[in-house]
Design a protein around this ligand. Structure first.
Ligand code: V0V
Ligand code: CO
Length: 149
């Protein structure tokens, strides 16, 4: 079950300048930053609020590490802006399978490593009315076992 907005991914040319904009304008601080070579991004997560299901909501600022990456290609075509939306779930495997059963293309056979050791997959934007959609299970989040009280 998709229970929250985990993050909104925002593509930018200059991560440091964009981080400074969000800090100076709104007071948002960097909660976490990392380079994800597989995805071709340098990213900063700005935590907006915590949630009760073990996750939180973030803005994910993304600068490409190479031109032929997903974000690099997108920036060259569109310029800076909102790149994707990510829904949080305690069980990305089950939710990806359920969405695939409805005929939406899920881009990965198995979820891959996302920010802060989360597990992520993507749905094709052409099957989602133009929105690149990510499903994410935060590290440490787990499916509630009914006997686990
Ligand atoms: C591409 N298209 C998009 C789009 N990217 N539409 C909406 N939002 C986007 N972000 C459209 C594009 O305009 C084309 O439409 C069509 O899809 C094909 O795009 P393309 O430029 O030819 O590029 P492709 O097909 O090579 O790649 C598109 C996909 C790729 C979506 C398959 O970007 C991808 O695999 N994305 C998933 C991985 C990713 O985005 N990683 C970066 C974030 P027309 O022109 O044909 O109409 S990493 C992240 O979020 C992490 C680590 C995390 O959260 O933890
Ligand atoms: Co993301």
């Amino acid at each position: 079950m998709l229970t929250r907005i985990d993050h909104i991914g925002i593509a930018c040319f200059d991560l440091d300048a964009t981080v400074e904009f969000y800090r100076a304008t709104y007071g948002f601080e960097v909660f976490h930053s990392e380079v994800n070579e597989e995805q071709g991004v340098r990213e900063a997560m700005l935590k907006i609020n915590g949630t009760s299901d073990g996750g939180a909501s973030y803005l994910q600022l993304l600068e490409p590490t190479r031109e032929d990456s997903a974000v690099g290609k997108w920036l060259a075509k569109n310029g800076e802006g909102v790149h994707h939306i990510a829904f949080g779930t305690a069980d990305v495997d089950a939710d990806a399978a359920a969405v695939r059963d409805k005929g939406v293309r899920v881009l990965y056979d198995e979820p891959r490593r996302g920010s802060m050791d989360s597990r992520i997959t993507f749905l094709h934007p052409k099957d989602c009315h133009g929105v690149l959609t990510e499903l994410v299970t935060a590290a440490g989040s787990h499916v509630q076992d009914p006997q686990d009280h």
